[in-house]
Design a protein around this ligand. Sequence first.
Ligand code: PLP
Length: 425
Amino acid sequence: MEEKRSLSERDQAIIWHPYTQMKTAGLPIPIVRGEGVYLIDENGKKYLDAVSSWWVNLHGHAHPHIAKKVAEQAGTLEHAIFAGFTHPPAVELAEGLLKILPPNQAKIFYSDNGSTAVEVALKMCHQYRSNKNQQRDKVLAFQHSYHGDTFGAMAVSARSAFTAAFESLLFDVEYIETPNAGNIDKLIKYLRENAAEISSFIYEPLIQGSGGMLMYEAKGLNQLIGTCRELGILTIADEVMTGFGRTGKLFASDYMEHKPDIVCLSKGLTGGTMALGVTSATQEIFDAFLSDDKLKTLFHGHSFTANPIACAAALASMDLTLSQETQDNIQRICAKHAAFALRIQNNPKLKAVRQTGTIIAFEWETGDDTSYFSSLRDNLYQFFLKEGIILRPLGNIIYILPPYCISDAQLDYIYAKIEQALDIF
Ligand SMILES: *Cc1c(COP(=O)(O)O)cnc(C)c1O
């Protein structure tokens, strides 16, 4: 029998999509191919992927170098149990990451995605205290934070519409403001007065992504991290979004003199090809788990820990990220964004224009309806889709977070369409 329904209709009959109200959602767009910055649907329509497919893609879609390395690895060793065993891609990737991560990072723990990288970081910190018989269990996070969708990661994220249904099951977290010249003294005073109870502090360095691409200065964060380290508060840099060049440097942590105890990576880690998470830690954290007492073991692991194909994708992506061409592209995008920000910043329809590195965000003036669920959001989303651009707004905030291979002409096209949208909406 010939299948008469379209791919989108077959999907809609049986698939439950993420962050999607299935009652009102339209048919999903059927993507059959990717090439450079474009996703291409079954009718050949091209979509410029200006948000790097939820912030994961670094070098464009179906990149031949990554594809080749993935294919080679799949034909050599697709997976092996990672307790008691190891393999070349896991070791080479750990060695490669430790060369570029902050110099105090010493050990690599693999998991599956950004949320699991955060879960592992939280468990490392909590068990560090218990292994050392310390009664410090308060966790600090920033207001408007986002660290993932599993329960621990939700707990350290800001309470919001996304966590509302689960609130009674989430552990308590102390939320502090992101630092600025006006509040830094107050924040440091708070840390000093409460340090005895505080176990750890988790933060998205410089940019709070899901919170609305909110940006803050390195100077205050550096002071906070320095104070935490002085007071023995463990610091977790969630670089799941900011890692691998997004902020203009390899890691956002590179902007700070004081370094975190733990770093979480995912998203761009494999260039956006495969799911993989990494939690790196200092020697000091690792050492707190060394014991003749088996109860001091870090009891965490996933079936696909250090999947060789995912590690091979990450190694291939790292070749590309560290190339001069990509480093030049990152600086080129930063400069283009800065020039566009200058041109557009006084537009009366915009409440704010923010840029950090390759990420630029535009906050629409909306009167009082500023919610994630506003109709402006849907109208902007549909407008850009029609123009062949994927720009998925966060409420009234549009942002560009592009693959690094995006050309000047492609950036100019997006800028022009944003200016057009500012005239219309
Ligand atoms: C996306 C994100 C996560 C969660 O990663 P997933 O792979 O989606 O689970 C965690 N932290 C930050 C900062 C993120 O942007």
